[in-house]
Design a protein around this ligand. Structure first.
Ligand code: GH3
Ligand code: MG
Ligand code: MG
Length: 721
C-alpha cells in the first residue's frame, strides 16, 4: 500500500524536471525565431535590392554603350571626310555634295545637322577667296545670297565654312569664320594641334534660335600631304583646313535609345570640362530626358536617386558624363511580395512553434497535476483505510497527525473534537506547529461550525475570522466541520506553515473537506462500535459488566495471574431480603436499590478491578492483585458503605440496605473459574446462614472457623484442590 503512494512524488518531480517546465524556454524560442525571421527578411531584402541594382546597372551599361557607339560612328564620318580630302588635290562642292548624299546623313546619322569643310584663308587671300567662291557655277549655290566671310572685319587668318551639307537650313552658317568665335576657335586649335577629333559641346547653333537645343561640334584637321604629321610644329605648319560635323544631342539620344528605355530611366548628359577645379560633378548639362521638349517624360523620383548609375564616354577629346536614374522602383513588385511572403511564412512558423511549445508545456503541467492528484488520492485512500480500521480515538488522532503533512505539505494544523455535545472542543491531534491555536468554547467560535461549511480564508486581514485563535490569525487558513449523523463533533483546522506560502488551492480545499468527512465518519463509527460493545458487555440497569464479560475477563485474569504468579480475590455479593423492597415499594424501588448498589460498587473499585452484576440482586467483584487480608478489608469497608446508603423511590425512603458477601482467593481456593466462583458462592451461602449482613471468607470455613450450622455442608461442598 505505502510503496505506490511514495512512488508518486518521484513522478511529479520527474515531470517538474522536463525542459518544458521552464516557462521562459518557449519565450526564448519565440524571441530567437522572431529575431531569425527579422534577420532573414532583412537579408533577403538586401539581396533583392542588390540584384535590382545590378539589373539596373546592366541597363545603364547598355545605354552608355549605345550612345558611345553612336558617337564613334559620327567620328568615323569625319575620318572618311579627311580621307576624301587627303585622296584628291581638289574636292569640288559637287563632289562633297555627292559624298554627303552617299552617307545619307538624315537617315543613317540622326542628330547630325550637317557636315562641313572650312579651308584656312590667310588675310592676303581673303578677297581672292571670296571672288572664287562667288564665281562657282555649281547648281548648289544657285539662288543663295552673295558669299562673304562673316563676321565682317579684318583678321590675320580665316577658317571659312565653305562647303556645308545639307545647305538648306544651314545657309546662315555659310561663309562663317570659325576663328572669329572663341569657343569654335578653341576646338579648332585643339583639332589642329592633336590631329585627333576635337569636340565642343553645349553650343547653340546659328540656325537654332532656341537656346535650349544643345549641340556638339566635332572637328578634324586636314594637313597638306595627307595624314597627321608627327609633331605639333609640323601640324601647325602643314594644317590647311578643317572638316567638321554638328550633332544635336537631343536628336542623337532619341535616335539611339528606345522610348521603352527612356520610360524606365531618366538620362542626363553633362560635358565634363577641362578647366581647373571642374570636377566630374560639374559640367554643362547637355541633355536631360526629363526636360520639357526633350523626351518629355517626368523626372525620376528623388527616392530612386540612390540607384543612379554614372558612366563616362569619350566624345572627341572631351568626356561626357551620363547619369542614368531609374524612373520606376527597380525592385520588382513580385520580389517585394516574395519578401513579404517569406516574412509572413517565418512569422507563421514562429507562432506555430510557440503554440506547440505552449501546448507541450500545458500537457506537462497537466501531467504533473494529474500525478499530484493521483498521489493525493492514494494518500487519502490510505488515510481512510487507517482511520476506519482504528480501534481507539487515540489511534484516529495519530493517523490524522501522521498523514496530513504528507497530504498537505507546507501546512500545520489541528483537529478539534468536542468531548460531548454542548461542551467545548479541545485540540485532539495536531501536526506541524500551528500558530495561535486556542480552544473552541462554543460552535460560534468557528465559522465552519456556524455555517456547517468549509471556511477558507485567503487573507485574514480582510476576512471574517474564526475566534479560536490566540492573537492574530494566520494569513491563510481553512476550517472544515466534522459531523457524524448530523451532529457536529469537531473541526479540522489547516493553516500555511509559512506566511510566504500561497493561499489554499481548490484542490487543497477539497482535500481538507475530504479529510474532515473521513475523520467525522471514523469518529462516529468508533463511537457507535464502542456503544455497541458496551451494550454487549454491560448490564444496562447498573452500568456494571455482565456475567458473560465476567467469565471472559476472569479467564484472561486467571492466565495473567498464573504467568505473573500474582493473586486476586472473587467476591460474591447478595442483597439481604431484597424481595421485600419489591414487595413493599414496588419493582421500581427494587431497581433503584440495584442502581445505587451498582454506583457504590463502581465507586469502590480500582481501574483494573471487574465489578459485575452476576444476575438478579447478586453481584460479583474481582479484585486484581490483592491478598486475602486486603480483600477482607475491602469487603468490610464496602458492607459498611452499603449500610449507610440512603435510597429513595417515589419520594419514599426505602430504609436500610444490607448485603452478604462470600470471598474466594486465587490461588488458595481454586485455580479455575468454576472452582473459585463455587467457593465464593459457598462462602456467601455461609454468610446468609450465619445471619446476613456479613462477610465470610471461604478458607475460614475450610480451616474450621465454623459458622453456625454450616460447617458440615460447606465441607461437603468444598471444591477439590
Ligand atoms: P435473601 O436474603 O435470602 O437473599 O432473600 P431475598 O429476598 O433477597 O432472596 P430471593 O432470591 O428469594 O429473592 C430475590 C428476588 O429478587 C426475586 C426477584 O423477584 C427479585 N429480582 C430479581 N431481579 C430483579 C430486578 O432486576 N429487579 C427487581 N426489582 N427485582 C428483581
Ligand atoms: Mg439472591
Ligand atoms: Mg438476596
Amino acid at each position: 500500500m505505502t510503496a505506490p503512494v511514495d512512488a508518486k512524488p518521484d513522478v511529479i518531480a520527474r515531470l517538474r524536471q522536463l525542459p518544458m517546465h521552464h516557462r521562459w524556454l518557449r519565450w526564448a524560442v519565440l524571441a530567437a525565431s522572431l529575431a531569425f525571421s527579422a534577420a532573414s527578411t532583412y537579408y533577403f531584402s538586401v539581396q533583392m535590392r542588390q540584384e535590382a541594382r545590378s539589373r539596373f546597372a546592366t541597363i545603364a551599361v547598355g545605354v552608355a554603350n549605345d550612345v558611345q557607339s553612336r558617337i564613334r560612328a559620327y567620328g568615323d564620318v569625319l575620318f572618311a571626310l579627311r580621307g576624301l580630302f587627303d585622296s584628291s588635290d581638289k574636292v569640288t562642292r559637287d563632289e562633297f555634295h555627292r559624298f554627303a548624299q552617299a552617307l545619307s546623313l538624315g537617315e543613317r546619322y540622326s542628330g547630325v545637322t550637317n557636315i562641313s569643310f572650312a579651308p584656312r584663308v590667310p588675310h592676303a587671300r581673303k578677297l581672292q577667296f571670296e571672288r572664287a567662291v562667288r564665281a562657282e557655277t555649281s547648281p548648289l549655290v544657285k539662288g543663295l545670297p552673295e558669299f562673304a566671310i562673316k563676321p565682317p572685319g579684318e583678321r590675320a587668318e580665316y577658317l571659312v565654312l565653305t562647303y556645308i551639307e545639307p545647305m538648306g537650313k544651314n545657309v546662315a552658317a555659310w561663309g562663317l569664320d570659325l576663328n572669329a568665335d572663341p569657343l569654335r576657335r578653341s576646338v579648332i586649335e585643339r583639332a589642329r594641334d592633336t590631329g585627333q577629333m576635337a569636340s565642343s559641346s553645349g553650343v547653340t547653333l546659328l540656325r537654332d534660335s532656341s537656346a535650349s537645343v544643345s549641340s556638339t561640334l566635332l572637328r578634324l584637321a586636314l594637313y597638306r600631304g595627307g595624314g597627321v604629321p608627327g609633331s605639333v610644329e609640323e601640324r601647325e605648319r602643314l594644317y590647311w583646313g578643317m572638316v567638321g560635323s554638328t550633332v544635336r544631342v537631343g536628336e542623337l539620344i532619341e535616335a539611339t535609345l528606345s522610348k521603352e528605355v527612356l520610360s524606365r530611366a531618366q538620362l542626363q548628359i553633362y560635358e565634363v570640362g577641362n578647366a581647373p577645379g571642374e570636377g566630374a560633378a560639374g559640367g554643362t548639362l547637355l541633355f536631360d530626358s526629363a526636360a520639357p521638349g526633350a523626351a518629355a517624360t517626368a523626372p525620376a523620383p528623388a527616392e530612386f536617386s540612390g540607384h543612379a548609375v554614372t558612366h563616362r564616354l569619350a566624345v572627341g577629346d572631351r568626356e561626357w558624363r551620363l547619369r542614368i536614374v531609374p524612373r520606376k522602383d527597380p525592385v520588382d513588385l513580385l520580389d517585394k511580395a516574395g519578401t513579404a511572403a517569406i516574412l509572413a511564412a517565418l512569422l507563421a512558423i514562429s507562432a506555430l512553434l510557440f503554440w506547440l511549445m505552449t501546448s507541450v508545456a500545458v500537457s506537462e503541467s497537466r501531467g504533473a497535476e494529474l500525478a499530484q492528484r493521483n498521489h493525493e488520492g492514494a494518500v487519502l485512500n490510505e488515510l481512510g483505510e487507517k482511520l476506519y480500521s482504528s480501534l481507539t480515538l487515540q489511534a484516529v488522532y495519530e493517523v490524522i497527525a501522521r498523514h496530513l503533512p504528507r497530504l498537505l505539505p507546507e501546512t500545520a494544523g489541528a483537529l478539534f473534537v468536542f468531548e460531548s455535545l454542548r461542551s467545548s472542543a479541545a485540540v485532539a491531534a495536531q501536526w506541524g506547529d500551528p500558530a495561535g491555536i486556542g480552544e473552541i468554547s462554543t460552535p460560534d467560535d468557528c465559522q465552519s461550525l456556524s455555517r456547517r461549511l468549509l471556511h477558507s480564508v485567503s487573507d485574514s486581514a480582510k476576512a471574517q475570522n474564526c475566534r479560536h485563535f490566540r492573537g492574530v490569525p494566520p494569513l491563510h487558513y481553512s476550517c472544515a466541520p466534522l459531523s457524524a449523523q448530523g451532529d457536529l463533533i469537531g473541526v479540522l483546522h489547516v493553516q500555511r506553515s509559512r506566511p510566504s506560502s500561497p493561499r489554499f488551492s481548490e484542490a487543497e480545499m477539497y482535500l481538507v473537506k475530504a479529510v474532515a468527512q473521513h475523520a467525522g465518519l471514523a469518529l462516529a463509527n468508533l463511537k457507535l462500535r464502542n456503544s455497541l460493545r458496551d451494550q454487549s458487555i454491560r448490564d444496562h440497569l447498573t452500568g456494571l459488566y455482565n456475567r458473560r464479560f465476567l467469565e471472559e475477563s476472569l479467564a484472561r485474569e486467571l492466565a495473567r495471574a498464573r504467568r505473573a504468579h500474582s493473586s486476586f480475590a472473587v467476591l460474591m455479593l447478595d442483597v439481604d431480603h431484597f424481595k421485600r423492597f419489591n414487595d413493599q415499594f414496588g419493582h421500581e424501588a427494587g431497581d433503584a436499590v440495584l442502581r445505587a448498589l451498582g454506583r457504590a460498587i463502581k465507586g469502590s473499585c480500582r481501574r483494573n478491578d471487574l465489578p459485575c452484576r452476576f444476575g438478579g440482586e447478586e453481584f460479583t467483584v474481582v479484585l486484581i492483585d490483592i491478598g486475602g487480608k486486603e480483600a477482607t478489608q475491602w469487603g468490610e469497608r464496602f458492607l459498611s458503605r452499603v449500610r449507610s446508603l440512603d435510597v429513595e423511590s417515589r419520594e419514599q425512603n426505602l430504609g436500610k440496605i444490607t448485603i452478604s458477601a462470600g470471598v474466594a482467593l486465587y490461588p488458595e481456593h481454586g485455580e479455575d473459574i468454576e472452582t473459585l466462583l463455587q467457593a465464593a458462592d459457598i462462602a456467601l451461602y455461609e454468610a446468609k446462614h450465619s445471619g446476613r449482613d456479613r462477610l465470610v471468607v471461604y478458607r475460614s470455613i475450610a480451616v474450621g472457623a465454623k459458622p453456625e450450622g454450616a460447617v458440615m455442608d460447606t465441607q461437603d461442598l468444598k471444591p477439590e484442590k
